[in-house]
Design a protein around this ligand. Sequence first.
Ligand SMILES: [Fe+2]
Ligand SMILES: [Fe+2]
Length: 491
Amino acid sequence: MSAEPLATHGEPRVHPGLVTADDRGLQRRGRDLLFSMAAALRSLQLYPLENQTVVNALSELDGVTRELLAAEEQITVRFVGDFFFVNDLRLRIDLQSYATYGLVGRTLARHGIGELEVFRGVSVAEWTALLALVNAEPDPEDRFGAFLERLGRTAVLHLSVGPDRESEPDLRDDEARRMAKRAYAQTVAVAREVMGGLRMGKGVSLRPVKRAVQSIVDQVLTNETSIVGLTTLRDYDEYTFTHSVNVCIFSVALGKKLGLNKHQLYELGLGALLHDVGKVRMPLDLINKAGPLTPEEFEVLKEHPAEGLLGMFDMRGLAELPLRAMLMAYEHHMKIDQTGYPVSARPRDPTLFGRIVAVADGFDAATTKRSYQAQPWPPDRVLKEMRDNPGRGFDPLLVKAFISMTGIYPVGSAVILDSFELAVVTARNPRPEAMHQPVVQVIYDSMGVRVDPPRTLDLAETDPATGRPLRTIIKTTDPERYGIHVGDYFV
Ligand SMILES: [Fe+2]
Ligand SMILES: [Fe+2]
């Protein structure tokens, strides 16, 4: 199986003079799409959902979309100034279409949206949800970010939006964070959808899963600090899904550190996202149990790697996964000395991908508050344990690479400085010799007074007079003792 091409962000290509029959088809259908979007937007502004005009407009839009998606893999509608592109073909404008396209463009631009992608499988319900959000009032503070957040709360999977590049403020950091957040939120939604669907015995479509993993790989390659920072959000209610996404991010970041190529990272990410998929075959009350598991319950839980592997052959839509990705589900609790589970009939070493996901999984599980673990460990202690206790069964070389990827104090660690300030690590120091000197945000000053907004400090900075670092970390601490949600510093 080959990976689908990753999204490119180049300028739209304007087709030269030669117009092919295909183009003419796309011209017509592109025009139909924008006209039916405009009609649906307008009718939704005027009438309630159940009104016949609305129903007709949405079914017209659904029909046009289906026709387009029969001919095209996906649809990308892009607005640049007064120009409108459908899959990189610039739509011709006449008097009538100018007004209609303008309406659609302006309505989307209110939310800072410059691009809309439509994927096969899109439903009327998804269109309705998206268009209703487009019609809602934008958040003046952060138009595009707020829209993404609202969209992330819906079940829309086959429609996605991109920022209007021209009107975006030139804030690299903000933009980077927003992009990371979008990839993260969409991947959580995909994980929720897939696991939920499989639990109910429904077939699942791999397409959104692949797209989500590609977006994670893109983010790790171009925007690593932001996307890794989001793993600290650790939403308790969504543990199963955020855990899958975090393991995917950590695995891909570790794979990048090891020099894997983009296609390998993609397969790695795919298997990592689905590593616990066997849990959908375990009773929900076991998965969500508060408090420790009984030995019998643990025996049942131990079936999830084998169930995951078997399930992938069984579950409609998953059988086309690469074998390497499937094995990761089977091997992630095996341990390198094979003292874990499942016990293999014939001794076999876990594959590299299996060992990578084991490290990512071990780290995320131990640092996260979840049902059967009330108190998570501080990240630095987890790393030390993984490195120093061979009984844990992690590949020592991979743990070393993982530590040099996260730093000794991973992003999200709460630390106390020698100035007695309390800070949260927000980025590692890129220089390997300065792993103990990350970038932090000071949350409480030495008197325990909240610093608002938090002050950013680079712990590698030295005092020019003495040549010694201005601040050093004394120890890590439990952020909850101070009422800190470390995730707040990454959003
Ligand atoms: Fe697991
Ligand atoms: Fe796991």
